[in-house]
Ligand binder design. Structure first.
Ligand code: SAH
Length: 355
């Protein structure tokens, strides 16, 4: 069965030829009528996937402690913009704010919350999540619209949702991977001419794939620009790699399982791994510092185990065992601990906690 987005995609391909992955990804995820994030409920057991803040409040608490530390190192600006890109249900921001209120009320008082979100449906959900905290927030659609304030920006699983281009090496030349139509009028993979800028150190074999995320690079450049003009810091968490590399990481997930990215467009989450090395180069070319680590090492350096112990103190064995499972899920190397990476962006000479 074809859905309306699939029909529209096919119409565009018939009219203009094979579609690059970035255009496909953007329409599938954020199309106002039929996009995944604009119309579906992706999160939690009932949805398609579970993110770290939805696993446990411990994740947001560790990020909250990072925010307090960096705010102090920035000289305690008041007010400051606490921004989150791609806040999903708003769980992470709620956990961060609760941590600020408990551990550093002066910091909590100085916060102006800004959420960067494309989906009106998710904006409404975020408003609901933050309401019990008695928090106002403002919403913007893009990081380039950040206000003229010192800013601390958080982004968890945001960059992996931004559209990528894929290039494939075949018979001695690079081509762009594109989506066309086969003889049955179904979506299918193909190649079209391209001349991408591929890092020279990567020696490709036949059919090797290189991925480029211009939207992610633009977002980081824009964050750096805000930080240079008004001071600030950022913490970016996502799955990806710290070294440049080759490989096809474009994937679809639906009902907690991998799915064919060309089947039922708009009904599955589409992501690609984040190339942190490319982002760190942008940070450094802006005269700022990038620190990188794995999620597991970062959370443990932030005090995850100590906080988990305190949270479990005097609780029932069931609760204690749930806390242990959650900690493993967030930090164990074979769970999210190694696959997910963390990158901070700060002024040079600042020593961010956790790295
Ligand atoms: N950070 C959340 C949700 C991650 S899902 C968590 O950890 O649970 C990705 C989020 O980014 C969603 O809120 C989605 O609507 C938003 N998003 C996706 N593409 C976007 C874009 N181009 N601009 C702004 N937000 C976007």
């Amino acid at each position: 069965m074809t859905n309306t987005l699939e029909e529209r995609l096919k119409g565009i391909i018939r009219a203009t030829g094979p579609m690059d992955v970035a255009t496909y990804m953007q329409l599938c995820l954020t199309d106002p009528e039929d996009g995944y994030y604009t119309t579906k409920e992706p999160f939690g057991g009932e949805g398609d996937f579970i993110t770290a803040p939805e696993v446990s409040q411990l994740f947001g608490e560790m990020i909250g402690i990072w925010v307090i530390d960096i705010w102090q190192k920035m000289g305690k600006p008041q007010p400051f913009c606490l921004a989150e890109a791609g806040p999903g249900r708003g769980t992470l921001m709620a956990d961060i704010l609760r941590t600020l209120e408990k551990a550093a009320p002066d910091c909590a008082k100085a916060v102006d919350v800004t959420l960067i979100e494309v989906s009106d449906r998710l904006r409404a959900l975020q408003r609901q999540t933050l309401a019990p905290n008695g928090r106002d927030a403002s919403w913007i659609g893009d990081v380039s619209e950040l206000s003229n304030q010192p800013a601390i920006l958080i982004a968890n699983e945001f960059l992996d949702a931004l559209p990528i281009h894929q290039y494939q090496y075949r018979d001695g030349a690079w081509h762009e991977r594109a989506i066309g139509l086969d003889e049955n009028d179904d979506l299918t993979w193909g190649l079209k001419p391209a001349s991408p800028m591929i890092p020279r150190a990567l020696a490709p074999e036949q059919d090797a794939v290189f991925e480029l995320c211009p939207a992610g690079q633009t977002a980081i450049a824009s964050i750096c620009d805000t930080m240079k003009r008004h001071d600030g810091a950022a913490l970016i968490i996502d799955y990806g790699h710290l070294e440049p590399g080759l490989g096809d990481t474009f994937q679809a997930v639906k009902d907690h399982a991998y799915y064919d990215p060309l089947v039922a467009p708009g009904e599955a989450d589409l992501t690609a791994h984040v190339d942190f090395s490319a982002l760190a180069r942008i940070v450094e070319s802006n005269g700022l510092a990038a620190h990188m680590s794995t999620q597991g090492a970062f959370l443990i350096a932030m005090g995850l185990l100590e906080r988990a112990g305190a949270l479990g103190q005097g609780r029932s064995p069931e609760i204690q065992s749930r806390i242990t499972t959650d900690v493993e899920r967030l930090a164990a190397p074979d769970k999210m601990g190694d696959l997910f990476k963390v990158m901070s962006i700060t002024a040079k000479g600042v020593d961010p906690h956790g790295f």
